[in-house]
Design a protein around this ligand. Sequence first.
Ligand code: Z5A
Length: 210
Amino acid sequence: MTGKFIVIEGLEGAGKTTAINTVARILNQHNIDDLQFTREPGGTPIAEALRHIIKNGLDNEPLTDKAELLMLYAARIQLIDNVIKPALKAGKWVIGDRHDLSTQAYQGGGRQLDKAFMVTLKEQVLGNFKPDLTLYLDIDPEIGLMRARTRGELDRIEQQSLPFFERIRQCYLEIAEQDKTIIIIDAAKSIDDVTKHIEQILTKWLTKQV
Ligand code: Z5A
């Protein structure tokens, strides 16, 4: 039996790290122990090198929005072909910290890159590969960024303006409303409440998978 691919999405400070731990715990309770964790961009040596450039830039050279997009897809396909697909084939369940929905929201919504170009690129690189389930942690960017700031310096993307993050949130919500595999979780609630909601959603979803 092949495994399943579950992705956690949301703005910075939405609580993805805690949610990933919750998902892993619930899977373990259902005797699903063979888990592969991924993060994007990243997760292979080449993808991690690209992550470093995407987050920090290099030698003060301006990084264009299109180059950022292409690097994200280069990192993603390295991860899919070298880690995610082999893991799923071997029966592992993959838990992803971000995936393509981030690109649709950040580069499509935030950077406002050309829609037709983004659709073509996605189709060419990913084909019909997509997560089985995505949990989108919805948070007001002001709250999320406040939480993220407590960790120290902001990276290249985190330094963007509030309207940039508001567009990203809007885009996340619009896509989530049209895709039944994406579940919206209110991440402004307390960690306990968010955890309970994830437990409910995932337990219900798992009963439909057998
Ligand atoms: N990016 C992109 O542009 N396009 C793409 O296609 C992809 C990514 C894949 C990745 O950075 C960057 O790349 C990201 C998007 C972009 N950049 N930005 N900006 P990353 O992986 O380093 O950062 P991140 O994914 O945004 O992770 P994060 O900032 O660590 O967010 P988080 O994992 O959701 O946050 P957290 O660590 O779980 O929680 C933050 C703090 O809030 C922590 O102290 C928690 O204890 C606290 N917290 C969590 N939940 C709660 C609740 N419910 N109440 C109160 N406090 C809470």
